[in-house]
Design a protein around this ligand. Structure first.
Ligand code: PEP
Length: 227
């Protein structure tokens, strides 16, 4: 079976009670259907405020879910008010998303700042999911996983075609010598198979479809079905 990475991105959604309820519902589904994601690494990238409460819930229930942050400071620890450093994240989570198009667009993050973030994350031992909107945007050398996310497909309900996503991803792999590349942009339980069935695509990064525990569970179940 092809190993897959499926990383949900909650963006700036949910408070602690809602996050706990998500885990309760997700766990109930897993128990009821005796679910095991043998070849799928499942990651949830959540707001900083939720990382600690979710870590506790997930470890108590022994859920096969790893945690990630959605951003990281370009600096180390120190006088950088409002920032969360890579070493602080690493105490609680294993993954971090860097370069999401919403950070590029709303927070003006440049390739230079993103390189600094990658360097900090790498030095702290975080695994990096680096997002790019096309096959022209550079992917730094230290990145573990990239995600091709066309801006027009994010949160719109209009996903790229699996064929085009696979072509862009194959180009990214060749150009930047990166082994694992995900597709993101309106991925759902209904269309996930069409993406992960493409040999070049190593997983998906769903935003909206990760907010609902049952929908996310269904998406994982569908992805699990590919040979
Ligand atoms: C995302 O959060 O990166 C994303 C692709 O969102 P959505 O799945 O809602 O389009």
């Amino acid at each position: 079976m092809k190993p897959l990475l499926i990383a949900g991105n909650w963006k700036s959604n949910k408070g602690i009670a809602e996050a706990k309820e998500w885990v309760r519902q997700f766990n109930a589904k897993c128990q009821m259907l005796n679910a095991k994601w043998d070849h799928i690494t499942v990651v949830l990238c959540v707001p900083f405020t939720l990382v600690y409460p979710l870590k506790r819930e997930i470890s108590q229930l022994r859920l096969p879910v790893q945690l990630g942050a959605q951003d990281v400071s370009p600096f180390g620890e120190g006088a950088y008010t409002g920032e969360v450093s890579a070493t602080q994240i690493k105490e609680l989570a294993d993954w971090v998303i860097i370069g999401h198009s919403e950070r590029r667009k709303y927070f003006g993050e440049t390739d230079e700042v993103l390189m600094q973030k990658v360097a900090q994350a790498k030095a702290a031992g975080l695994k990096i999911i680096f997002c790019v909107p096309d096959d022209k945007t550079p992917i730094p050398a230290d990145v573990d996983v990239a995600a091709y996310e066309p801006v027009w497909a994010i949160g719109t309900g209009y996903a790229d075609t699996p064929e085009n996503a696979a072509t862009v991803i194959a180009t990214l792999k060749q150009k930047f010598s990166i082994r694992q590349v995900l597709y993101g942009g309106s991925v759902t339980a209904e269309n996930v198979v069409s993406f992960v069935a493409q040999p070049a695509i190593d997983g998906v990064l769903p935003g909206g479809a990760s907010l609902d525990a049952a929908k996310f569970f269904d998406l994982l179940t569908a992805a699990q079905s590919i040979p």
